[in-house]
Design a protein around this ligand. Structure first.
Ligand code: ADP
Ligand code: MG
Length: 340
């Protein structure tokens, strides 16, 4: 996974009012994918030990990282990235699941979401290597763009395998893997009989049931501020995945122009529009994560068309001359109305 450069757009309000009866909230946490994970629950089924649960969740995350990290040279993805032949390369069912979702979303978003965008992420200085002194030239962009394109990636499900039709194609699952990890942890909890939980990996979330005081989980969305952390809005949520993508934390400014870590795979350049952040709700956090990134690429106009056509629950914060404007998709409004 790519390093998490301090982007933590969403967090939850868990403080119980002092007058309420004391109900324990169990909090487990740890580190994964260059960021942190946490789980909040208020009751554990009989026979489930919290210390054991924490280590089981951690090992689940460690195995996902061993499959999908681009920082681990021996991960499944890193080994596939080094292969230049067009031969089938056997992969795990977990990686196949993430890639299948990613390819589906590439089609749905006309290539705005593309897990082969890594060479451009690297070129623009958001990858593992240091950013160059100069901005990339048109020639350099064209050279890396030639290696990019989800159409050059083929997935086979049984037995699970991948192949590339462009020898230099590489995969980077940074925009979807955190959401996938959230889903796995949530499924693990459900299998153990836990039905009220909040699971979070690097700011992406999945929520079920309620808090320990019987009220809904409450989610705070940050204002798109570069230096400060202020709450834009808080809303109650239940039974959903939630992911946010933004361009106000992981970026640099060169010649007065902002360059953010979200790359438009069509132009080969960082996005340049007024969309500051996108939050998506979806039962699957992996899908919410990928869609949030895709909508950041599409921008506010094309993004609104897609969310309305596909009934995606999305919340946009749009930079204006003064402050920010908000767009809430009909599906997002419906979700809020149902919880309230
Ligand atoms: P974050 O990782 O900060 O939560 P995202 O989920 O939006 O944010 O993922 C951003 C990362 O995804 C980038 O750092 C880059 O590695 C990768 N990426 C950038 N542009 C795209 C794109 N168009 N499609 C898929 N992945 C992308
Ligand atoms: Mg994402």
């Amino acid at each position: 996974m790519r390093r998490q450069l301090g982007i933590f757009l969403v967090f939850c309000w868990l403080l119980l009012p002092a007058c309420q009866k004391q109900v324990e909230t169990l909090h487990l946490d740890g580190a994964t994918m260059g960021t942190t994970w946490s789980v909040k629950l208020h009751s554990l089924p009989d026979g489930v030990d919290p210390v054991q649960l924490k280590s089981q969740l951690q090992s689940q995350l460690d195995s996902i990282n061993r499959l999908m990290s681009t920082y681990d040279p021996e991960s499944e993805i890193s080994r596939f990235n080094r292969q230049t032949s067009g031969d089938w390369f056997a992969i795990s069912t977990e990686t196949a699941e993430v890639i299948s979702l990613s390819l589906h979303l590439s089609q749905l978003t006309a290539g705005a979401f593309d897990i082969s965008v890594g060479p451009l992420v690297e070129l623009w200085g958001f990858g593992a290597s240091e950013r160059g002194e100069q901005l990339p030239t048109n020639e350099q962009v064209a050279e890396q763009l030639a290696k990019v394109g989800y159409q050059h990636l083929q997935l086979r499900r049984a037995p699970a395998a991948l192949r590339k039709t462009q020898p230099l194609l590489r995969i980077d699952l940074s925009a979807v893997a955190k959401g996938y990890a959230v889903d796995l942890l949530a499924e693990s909890l459900v299998e153990r009989g836990v039905d009220n939980y909040l699971v979070e990996v690097g700011g992406e979330l999945r929520i079920a049931g309620q808090r320990s005081d019987g009220t809904a989980w409450k989610i705070a969305l940050e204002k798109p501020l570069e230096e400060a952390r202020e709450v834009k809005t808080i809303f109650p949520l239940t039974d959903t995945g939630l992911a946010t993508s933004g361009n106000y934390r992981n970026f640099y400014i060169e010649n007065g122009q902002r360059y953010s870590h979200t790359i438009d795979p069509v132009s080969g350049r960082p996005i340049r529009h007024r969309l500051a952040s996108v939050t998506v709700l979806d039962p699957a956090c992996a899908r919410a994560d990928a869609l949030a990134t895709a909508l950041m690429v599409l921008g506010e106009e094309k993004g609104q068309i897609l969310v309305e056509q596909q009934q995606i629950a999305a919340y946009f914060l749009i930079h204006e001359q003064q402050g920010t404007e908000v767009y809430v998709s009909p599906a997002f409004q419906k979700f809020l109305a149902e919880v309230n």
